[in-house]
Design a binder for this molecule. Sequence first.
Ligand code: UDP
Ligand code: MG
Length: 309
Amino acid sequence: MTLQLSIVVPVYNEEANIPQLVRRLVTSLDALKKTYEIIFTNDGSKDKSLELLRAASTEHKGKIRIIDFKGNFGQHMAIIAAFSKARGEIVVTLDADLQNPPEEIHKLLTKMDEGYDCVGSYRDKRQDTFFRTYVSRAVNWVREKITDIHMRDQGCMLRAYHRTIVDKIVAGNEHSTFIPALAYKLAQNPTEVEVIHAERAAGESKYNLYMLIRLNFDLITSFSIAPLQLFTMFGMLTSALSGFLVIYLLIRRIIIGPEAEGMFTLFAIEIFLISVIIVGIGLVGEYLGRLALNMSHRPRYEIRDTYED
Ligand code: UDP
Ligand code: MG
């Protein structure tokens, strides 16, 4: 059976948000007068999220399906798992913490009806910490410059995708990825709408600094090899410059004699070049790691159980 709409929600320790989320989701979806399903992926929550989801699925019979992961495989894997089970013609992703108000879903669907196959969104007034907002804006800018993915606000997860894109994402089998960017790449006719952004209703962000850095590495290295190429270019430039320096010092030695005072200048230059090399090795490692992950046939996530009424 195909449905008109699937809503996909990754859930990680969101017990404080689930009751309100389900209530508001079901109300706004019922109002749309479309056939729909809501798929929750429980991404290894350690709190009562799963129990609450199961209770909600009993209360709203036939509307809610649950995928229960064996552990924490990350937000984007949780979404991909739900994509692979979704039956809707249109699939909408949404966060569980009510930062993306369910009442905004209709805006995306209106755009889909106009013939777009991927409707992204940007947040009207972002309600996150100053640090998050600022850093995220910087990464957004870098991504805009070095990839051919153009969106105003990569971090906003309230997005709608046509079935064809969802199927391609599932078939792509990528390990660590960033779904909005991947979907944009696969889309024929993408667009964006403005949506309201709320503060997290309850609980704390599930991303710590380390996870955020990794996620943004995934975003950049999945979609561009420009960092590698820039690094190579920089390497060429510094080797040319240091080549000149060596020639200069050699001539100076012949004409004026050996210099000792310049020691520390040399040290400084050397330390600088060494750090450039370390960054470069790390960068190459990022891409190699990505290759290794995508070559491995290990499962990207493991499902303990699925529940559907
Ligand atoms: N999430 C998840 N697995 C994780 C981290 C987050 O499923 O490992 C879910 C989380 O429950 C929420 C969404 O992904 O529904 C976005 O997470 P969060 O709101 O913590 O991120 P932020 O808004 O701070 O970027
Ligand atoms: Mg959030």
